[in-house]
Design a protein around this ligand. Structure first.
Ligand SMILES: [Fe+2]
Length: 196
C-alpha cells in the first residue's frame, strides 16, 4: 500500500471495460497537444468533461442526462474529494511528459491540484516525482533521487512536480481531476471517509 505526500494507492475496483467504452464514445471531444493546433496526430491528447460542464449539471443548470448515468454516479460517490473533471489522457509510445505540475504554473494557478488516475492500458507506466517540491519552479529539474511509483489506481498529488517516461508503451489513463479549493490532502481524507 503506497501512501505518502505524492501518491495514495486506491483499493477501488473501477469498471475498466465501461471506462474504455466511454473513452471510445468521447472520441469526438478529443483535443490534441499542442492545444492551439489540436493536431489529431499529436502525441498527447485528452478527452472528457470539464469541471465547469459537470458543475453546471450538479447545480441543475444543465440536464443530468448530458452525461452517462454511471458518470454521475462516480461524481456523486467520489464527491467528498471535491470538485472534479472527468476524462482521459492518451499518449503514444515513447512520448515523455516533461516535469510539470497540473496547476498550470505560477501565473495561472487554477488547474487541478490532484488527480485520481486509473491506468486503462494493459501495462502500467510508472509515474515519477522530483525529490523536492521545488517551490521556486517552474522550471523544474529531474534528479537521480526522484521517486518512482507503479500503480493501478491512485490519487496523485499533481501539485508536486511529476513526469512520465512512456518507454515503448501506449498509455491511456482515466482521470478524475480535483480542483481548488480541494487538494491532494483533502481528497485523500475524502477517500478515507469512504473507506478507501
Ligand atoms: Fe500531470
Amino acid at each position: 500500500m503506497i501512501e505518502n505526500d505524492r501518491i495514495y494507492a486506491l483499493d477501488y475496483e473501477f469498471n475498466k471495460p465501461q471506462l474504455l467504452k466511454l473513452y471510445d464514445d468521447l472520441a469526438g471531444s478529443q483535443k490534441s497537444w499542442p492545444w492551439h493546433m489540436n493536431n489529431p496526430e499529436g502525441p498527447w491528447s485528452k478527452r472528457g468533461y470539464s469541471v465547469k460542464f459537470l458543475y453546471n449539471i450538479i447545480s441543475g443548470r444543465a440536464p443530468r442526462d448530458s452525461v452517462p448515468r454511471f458518470v454521475m454516479d462516480l461524481l456523486e460517490y467520489f464527491s467528498p474529494m471535491g470538485l472534479m473533471s472527468i476524462g482521459f489522457f492518451h499518449t503514444v509510445p515513447n512520448f515523455e511528459y516533461p516535469v510539470h505540475t497540473d496547476q498550470g504554473g505560477v501565473l495561472k494557478g487554477n488547474g487541478p491540484t490532484a488527480s485520481l488516475n486509473v491506468i486503462l492500458s494493459d501495462e502500467a507506466v510508472p509515474i515519477r516525482f522530483t525529490q523536492d517540491l521545488q517551490i521556486d519552479g517552474p522550471p523544474y529539474e529531474k534528479g537521480p533521487l526522484d521517486f518512482e511509483y507503479e500503480y493501478n489506481a491512485a490519487l496523485i498529488n499533481t501539485s508536486w512536480p511529476h513526469y512520465i517516461v512512456n518507454g515503448d508503451k501506449e498509455r491511456i489513463v482515466f482521470r478524475m481531476a480535483i480542483f481548488p479549493p480541494s487538494d491532494f490532502y483533502q481528497a485523500r481524507e475524502g477517500l478515507k471517509s469512504l473507506g478507501h
